[in-house]
Design a binder for this molecule. Sequence first.
Ligand code: SF4
Length: 542
Amino acid sequence: MSTTLPTPVSDAMPVETPAPDRTYVVRTLGCQMNVHDSEHMAGMLEQAGYRKASAAEDALDSADVVVINTCAVRENAATRLYGNLGQLASVKASRPGMQIAVGGCLAQKDRGEIVTRAPWVDVVFGTHNLDALPVLLERARHNEAAQVEIAESLQVFPSTLPTRRESVYAGWVSISVGCNNTCTFCIVPHLRGKERDRRPGEILAEVQALVDAGAVEVTLLGQNVNSYGVEFGDRGAFAKLLRACGEIEGLERVRFTSPHPAAFTDDVIEAMAATPNVMPQLHMPLQSGSDRVLRAMRRSYRSEKFLGILDRVRAAMPDAAITTDIIVGFPGETEEDFAETLRVVEASRFSSAFMFQYSPRPGTPAATMDGHLPKEVVQERFERLLALQERIGAQESAAQVGRTVEVLVAEGSGKKDGATHRLSGRARDNRLVHLALPAGVLPDGPLPDQPATLDDPRLADAPDPRLPRPGDMVTVEVTRSAPHHLIADSATGGGTYAVRRTRSGDAWVAREKARLGGGDEHGHGAPAPDGPVVLGMPTLRR
Ligand code: SF4
């Protein structure tokens, strides 16, 4: 094993072009931040000459390079990583030349321990040096030794790296990395470092580039978007950024994640309400309804402040759908504390919630606190909270029945869409909607997520105007509801149904034709296997 902590890769050997047709797959565990980091990893590998493995190659474990982008936040992250690595050990034993790389938060945390526990791993790289991946793979091949390289601070802002975007109609844009808070249950500040903010000009240039490439939706990403601007001394920077996104022609939907209740100010609510392309949706982590527990979590808002924010958001945007994260069974949580969480959840009327049972993360302050609760106590509280939120979610969904919604059609269909012949997508408030097509639009049954041939009706030169493509907008009426989704079958009875073709739908067609070899993306260049690699955004200063 060669351990380099931290050698700047720019001083290391250059990236050699890998053997022709060397394929890769990136497997992502964890949050949106990780999903977006994986897009950068894929972009760098493609720029270095690798080709994304097809779904069939991935399923057969025949990719030449497998990158696992890990998460240290979820309880079972390590179990999942080592489970994945154990399964890959036998694959690698039968496939000489195959390489395995592990990146992301758990790699940043466990470092050399990963190659000690799984010596068949070739490369370990951290959250601060994503850019090292291609060089480390080459160095591992060349030296026939594992390479572990972890940087202690950010080497290159990830947005400056090449990116292979998963979607043509929606994209992630990082506005900051790291976090200055010190929530006692969270390992993120330790692994991602202090908050680093990108300049507004850089962010807006990336948003504009995404829109120019066909996207109609962007999600602004940061561990704590409300503190955006702290690094360059502008407390109002996030609200200004939202308003500036409103000026970008062709950008129809702007979302962001995650805000922090402590830093959530009214100027952001005003900017959301006043900017038509900022969607009426908010993911606002509550974590606990008990002020005592919030203090122990070192989260500096209290339940009344949280509920006050929700009131003001709903006063400004009556249709806003609000979601949250909640931790059940934090050390020392009493039955009275938990009753407070139930009270705040009841009052908050979340459309949905991610609920977690507390479990200690090594390296966090909460892990060594007194008062860890027995598993059965946490489980019983969790089930009560789940039942409450299921009831509220069902009621909030039911209130949507009869409403007309505009759905951005997604590429991946819902699990049951094949059987039900529906398409799926998100409404403006981010609710998941499964919608029926009018009779006769698909006489041969449902379509695959990705066209198998150029004869797919979505790729026709003169397609049925009633058939939307991923990235198009469909206006329908909600006819039924469930706690976690809406059904909009208005088209089947001759009711509301209107397709609006978008640039994103056109971009999706161009990408799919290029992938199938029947035309080229943007009218020139070689067919792309699955979409283009976008060069990293240049560093601009304003
Ligand atoms: S705000 Fe708290 S929970 Fe969120 S990333 Fe920062 S420390 Fe972690």
